[in-house]
Design a protein around this ligand. Structure first.
Ligand code: T4K
Length: 408
């Protein structure tokens, strides 16, 4: 594909030019590593005629993930949301549970679905993870737990949260849906807190189509979660626990096994894409690519751009301009969990204590990445951003907005 030059307003698709890319590029295109291996494993499953209920592939995937993460137990589940619900229930949270509002809605819903009250706290402006000081302030006599999200594959302040949990006798679970393969102080995410919860959804760095897992070093907790994910059955005719159906199927485990071998190469591609974005966007006033800690292992699955007031267009105008070029960047996690139902109605004033969340929700753009991304897409993003930043220089923002729209 020859990339069209983007030098003037007339080159922009939003102004009527053809889009820079012939097809849309998405955030979250699945990383499917080895199609032949997957097909071969599926044949194996069909030959064996064992499709679900703790089959051999699920067991193998659990062993391999536990080894990779350096944790005693990996309990595979049908998705990350059920895995969160089971973890929250199994550790014994009740009453109020402190969660960040700047996270995917599943974090809050998993708490609420267990009949508990999510208490939203703010995140740190630096790493977008739950702010330990805000957690301290939110503790009440009804608080029983904290669920922190390792957002974008960065990690929470694990030590501060651990200390707060110990001092206040709280349970601590991490939503690690974004953090497969990422480290904290050199140790892979998986063994922190009472339990950590992964999503292996198609859009995640490591995927099993749908899927998830809880990892823990606590033997009794792992055993309890294994019962809970299988209706509480402890023997063929014995139910010893209330439970649900959280089981992973063999087909999902097969996709997981096929993808597991490739995670370091996907990580390398993602890292190179991140570096290319950093070069393409370097020096543009008002655009800040979220830095990635070089000393830690990162999966680079999310390329996160913050648009501040020094950029002449709003986040949404930038998204609109990129979408016209077939770059389907996304705003995550707008507008913040506290502004979604039922929380919006139940806690209408929650936003007053969440200034960072409210600001990030208006400013964040997540850019497409991954092995499926055509490399020219990164140049298009760079060229569009450069043009928009130059175009506005010295001119009133509102005039520019009008001109940009009127030309099309
Ligand atoms: N905690 C956190 C912090 C999470 O981010 C998530 C999930 C969870 C917990 C819960 O885990 P799971 O129960 O999902 O395992 C997506 C995912 O559905 C969701 O898994 C994910 N987080 C969330 C951040 O993103 P949407 O609403 O953005 O999905 P959708 O359908 O718009 O897809 C996103 C993009 O991916 C699209 O642009 C198209 C592309 N795509 C998607 C699929 C499914 C593909 O190209 N192929 C595909 O097969 O929620």
């Amino acid at each position: 594909m020859t990339q069209k030059p983007i030098r003037t307003d007339a080159d922009l698709a939003i102004n009527g030019a053809p889009p820079a890319l012939d097809f849309p590029v998405h955030v979250g295109r699945p990383n499917v590593a080895d199609r032949d291996k997957f097909m071969w494993l599926v044949d194996d499953i069909l030959d064996r005629n064992w499709l679900t209920n703790n089959g051999p592939m699920v067991c193998e995937l659990e062993r391999r993930i536990a080894d990779y993460l350096g944790v005693k137990h990996c309990v595979a589940m049908c998705n990350g949301t059920i895995a969160l619900e089971i973890a929250i229930r199994a550790v014994g949270m009740s009453g109020e549970v402190i969660v960040p509002s700047y996270t995917f809605i599943a974090t809050a819903h998993a708490v609420s679905w267990q009949g508990l009250r999510p208490v939203f706290v703010d995140v740190s402006a630096q790493d977008h993870c739950i702010d330990p000081e805000a957690v301290r302030r939110a503790i009440t006599p009804r608080t029983t737990g904290i669920v922190g999200t390792h957002l974008w594959g960065g990690t929470c302040d694990v030590e501060a949260l651990r200390d707060i949990a110990r001092e206040n006798n709280l349970k601590l679970v991490f939503d690690a849906a974004h953090a497969f393969g990422c480290s904290h102080n050199g140790q892979r995410v998986g063994g922190f807190g009472d339990a950590e919860v992964f999503s292996f959804h198609a859009t995640k760095f490591f995927n099993s189509i749908e899927g998830g897992a809880v990892t823990t070093n606590d033997d009794a907790l792992a055993e309890q979660m294994r019962l809970m994910r299988n209706f509480g059955f402890s023997g063929p005719d014995t139910v010893s626990h209330p439970g649900t159906n959280g089981k992973m199927t063999e087909i999902n485990a097969a996709m997981g096994l096929a993808n597991l071998d490739a995670i370091s190469s996907v990580m390398d591609v993602n890292k190179a894409r991140h570096a290319a974005y950093a070069a393409a966007l370097d020096g543009i006033p008002g655009l800040h690519l979220m830095p990635v800690k070089a000393e830690e292992e990162r999966n680079h699955q999310y390329v996160v751009l913050e648009v501040d007031a020094a950029f002449p267009y709003s986040r949404d105008e930038l998204l609109e301009t990129l979408t016209a070029e077939n770059i389907l960047a996304r705003k995550y996690f707008w507008p913040g969990c506290h502004r979604m139902e039922p929380y919006r109605s139940l806690q209408p004033n929650a936003g007053r204590k969440l200034p960072v969340t409210e600001e990030l929700a208006e400013r964040i753009v997540v850019l497409p990445t991954g092995p499926n991304l055509p490399e020219e897409a990164i140049n298009v993003v760079g060229d569009v951003c450069q043009l928009l930043s130059r175009r506005a220089a010295g001119t009133a923002l509102s005039d520019n907005k009008l001109r940009l729209r009127n030309v099309s």
